[in-house]
Design a protein around this ligand. Structure first.
Ligand code: GLA
Ligand code: ZN
Length: 666
């Protein structure tokens, strides 16, 4: 047992003599796992009544004969041209109302009965054919579900979805507050998908009715989930056990991965950071992906060994970075390290996307060498990390509904971006070296000492009570500006802001001020720094809470910006202003220090630490040096470095190379 290593492999694009060379190179790089058949529909079903598995058979047989594990795709990530031609309704209609013709990929209307039937049939046939092949260790359904469709089939399906949700038009009218602007619906058929032709102007985020747009986002996410479930069900007809997944995209707004997660057997995701300084962002995304299935390990399904091709500018991963980021994924819970792709395709849009094997087929390149070195390293480490869990005492709440509601809202500010707020708070935790679970608002919070809920715009169900319980028993809850504003229907609470969070926070907000990025109001902390606050400045009126930070300027100078409320045996912290990173770090450190939850090196910049606890209770401490220079620190605990076999003694100076990694078994 070891961490599966390899990735997307498309031998169908090559003559068979190339396959031989591929496997020799895979051997050299210790590549033991291949993801096959992600875009094979046109090949496996070349005509309506014709299925042809000749090539896929050879590909699968060869991989198995070569001793590789297979993550086998159903192949439905792109439509075959004949299908789009024969049934134009399988093509999507876009936000502007344009019915698309054949092209690209991830291009099917999720509500099309023909697409649903034929994609499920493809999954059924693939599973029936290869189930029982011991090389197949996972099923990969579709590919990177996403986007949206606004066609008539989707409109009809949306109406059905709304009926199921609201039962009566009256309830729907209440939820969407349709008395506003004379929108009272009298029949389900009057409801149109919210698009450029209906409720929207200036794009998908500007809507006259948040309620309908929010429900369409929920519906579209559910519609594509139905596609995934159609295929999974078809796979299960012949294979009851092999785990089924689909590759997610991290913080991807259109799909509510929390609603999908229960239907996947394990989560997997594709990591394509925009630059080589995204370590904190990637840490957050890994934590989010691990949080999808209650802390169970996930797969790093794709990463590039070198560069992407889809961006305007595609920077090269510097030496050591691919290894460092692969270990970062493992440190945060990845139980597989896979690339896109094994061999670079010759033509079309990804010919310049990095690959383990480039167009020249050489193995004496830096990139290949680094891939091979990591392969050897993973082989040496073996299976010790597999199944290990993160012992986090800190939770960060992530909520697609809040994300959507915040970003489709008119007012207070279009400049406040949900991901940015979440990133700032997670970054503060990451800097301090705290292990963090990023979890849905429905998660069991009883195991956490600290719960951070940035921009928790929408408060649903019993969440406020569950947060109160965290504080009551001695924990700390932190929330921010723009929290506790709306209910599940995106209607404002008829109460003081922050609505149901008011008692826990011990404050009230009557006014707020949104400003452009150039406008700064300093916030001064008692016994702390003076930091910048921007974009959103709420005038916090304590109702029992202690003032921790005050505004420095304007007519509200001297009034509260940050407060801490004693609640039961714990605290509710409210950060009413868009503090800069320094300010957020200061607040978060106060909280972590109170609970003694910082990592071993909270003051060494860009030295990341993360813990995984193995099935037998062994602690693995990952040290990841994101600096382009070496760092030296004093060991806080002894252990064995699994990468070098060196013993580390407590108190000893340990040195990590530039972009170096250490995995200490303690
Ligand atoms: C995605 C897809 C792959 C490929 C890579 C390249 O993650 O899943 O098919 O397009 O991106 O960037
Ligand atoms: Zn559609």
């Amino acid at each position: 047992m070891k961490v599966p290593y390899g990735g997307d492999y498309n031998p169908e694009q090559w003559p068979e003599q190339v396959w031989k060379q591929d496997y020799e190179l895979f051997d050299a790089a210790r590549i033991d796992t291949v993801t096959l058949g992600v875009f094979t529909w046109a090949q496996t079903q070349p005509a309506p009544d014709m299925y042809d598995f000749t090539t896929l058979d050879r590909i699968v047989e060869r991989a198995a004969a070569e001793g590789r594990q297979i993550c086998l795709a159903t192949g439905t990530g792109a439509l075959p041209p004949w299908l789009a031609k024969a049934h134009p309704e399988v093509n999507r209609t876009d936000f502007e109302g344009r019915r698309h013709r054949y092209g690209q990929r991830h291009n099917a209307c999720p509500s099309s009965p023909v697409f649903r039937r034929l994609s499920a049939e493809m999954a059924r046939r693939v599973a029936a054919r290869y189930a029982g092949n011991p090389a197949v260790i996972a099923w990969h359904v579709g590919n990177e579900y996403g986007g949206a469709c606004y066609c008539d089939l989707c409109a009809a399906a949306f109406r059905g979805w709304l009926r199921a949700r609201y039962s009566t038009v009256e309830r729907l009218n209440a939820a969407w507050n349709t008395t506003f602007w004379s929108h009272t619906f009298t029949d389900w058929d009057e409801i149109e998908p919210p698009s450029a032709l209906t409720e929207h102007w200036r794009g998908p985020d500007h809507t006259a009715f948040q309620g309908i747009t929010l429900d369409y986002l929920r519906f579209m996410s559910d519609a594509m989930l139905t596609n995934f479930r159609d295929e999974k069900r078809a796979i299960r007809e012949s294979d009851p056990h092999t785990p089924v997944t689909t590759n997610f995209m991290g913080m991807y707004r259109p799909i509510d991965y929390h609603r999908w997660a229960p239907h996947l057997d394990f989560a997997s995701w594709d990591n394509y950071p925009p630059d080589d300084t995204s370590q904190a962002r990637m840490a957050l995304t890994h934590d989010l992906m691990r949080g999808l299935k209650d802390g169970q390990p996930f797969w790093l399904m794709e990463q590039t060994p070198s560069y992407t091709a889809s961006r305007d500018v595609n920077p090269l991963k510097r030496p050591g970075l691919m290894r460092l980021w692969s270990w970062q994924a493992v440190a945060h819970g990845a139980d597989a390290v896979l690339f896109f792709q094994m061999r670079a395709s010759r033509g079309a849009s990804e010919k310049y996307h990095g690959a383990v094997i480039g167009h020249s087929g050489r193995s004496d390149t830096r990139v290949f060498r680094e891939v091979a070195e990591l392969g050897a390293e993973l082989e040496r480490v073996g299976g010790v990390t597999l199944g290990a869990r993160t012992p986090a005492r800190v939770a960060l709440l992530f909520d697609w509904d809040s994300w959507w509601a915040l970003e489709i809202s008119d007012g207070p500010s279009r400049l406040v971006r949900y991901q940015q707020v979440v990133l700032t708070y997670h970054r503060a935790l990451w800097d301090a070296g705290a292990d963090v679970d990023v979890v849905p608002v429905t998660a069991d919070l009883s195991r956490y000492d600290v719960v951070i809920a940035p921009a928790l715009h929408m408060v649903k169900g019993d969440l406020a009570e569950r947060l109160e319980q965290v504080a009551s028993r001695g924990g700390s809850v932190v929330t921010t500006f723009l929290s506790g504003r709306v209910d599940e229907d995106d209607n404002a609470f008829l109460a003081d802001v922050p609505g149901p969070l008011g008692p826990l926070m011990g404050i009230r907000i009557d006014e707020w001020d949104a400003r452009g990025p150039e406008f700064v109001n300093p916030v001064c902390f008692d016994n702390g720094p003076i930091v910048d606050a921007r974009l959103l400045l709420e005038l916090v009126i304590p109702q029992g809470a202690d003032v921790v930070g005050t505004y420095g300027e304007d007519f509200y100078a001297g009034t509260a910006a940050v407060t801490r409320n004693v609640f039961g045996a714990g605290y509710g912290w409210y950060v009413g202003a868009g503090l800069d990173q320094t300010g957020v770090c200061w607040v978060v450190r106060q909280v972590l220090d109170w609970h003694n939850l910082s990592g071993p090196y909270p003051d060494v910049p860009d030295l990341e630490t993360a813990v995984r606890v193995t099935r037998d209770g062994t602690h693995l401490l990952f040290l990841l040096n994101h600096n382009p220079e070496p760092v030296e620190v004093v060991a806080r605990a002894g252990g064995l470095d699994l990468l070098t076999g060196a013993r580390v003694h407590i108190g000893q100076v340990i040195r990590l190379d530039a972009r170096g990694v250490m995995v200490l078994r303690q």
